[in-house]
Design a protein around this ligand. Structure first.
Ligand code: FES
Length: 96
């Protein structure tokens, strides 16, 4: 194992998990998880935060009914019911 400093100041983990069979999931069509992830990636690039902030897709974060879910690492806030409309506020927080 090689160890090195964390390469990003912040990482946003966004649940994009999808499920078949009618079970609710952040990445299901119409739920918004995938769209949120793409909107965050676009905004990070646009705001010049690429290389400092990483937007990472995550699997199920186990709060599916409240999704789309995301969290910022390091940090102490959990984000639920996130939509693309929340991206500017999240980006502002990431730029701090
Ligand atoms: S599918 Fe996103 S929290 Fe479970």
């Amino acid at each position: 194992m090689n160890k090195k400093p964390v390469p990003y100041k912040k990482t946003v983990f966004v649940c994009t998990n999808a499920r078949e069979g009618g079970r609710v999931a952040c990445g299901n069509p119409g739920r918004g998880g995938l769209e949120l992830c793409e909107a965050l990636k676009h905004a990070v690039k646009e705001k010049g935060l690429k290389g400092k902030v990483r937007i990472a897709r995550s699997g199920c974060l186990d709060l599916c009914e409240q999704g789309p879910n995301a969290f910022i690492y390091p940090g102490d806030e959990w984000l639920s019911g996130v939509t693309a409309a929340d991206v500017p506020e999240i980006i502002k927080k990431l730029a701090e």
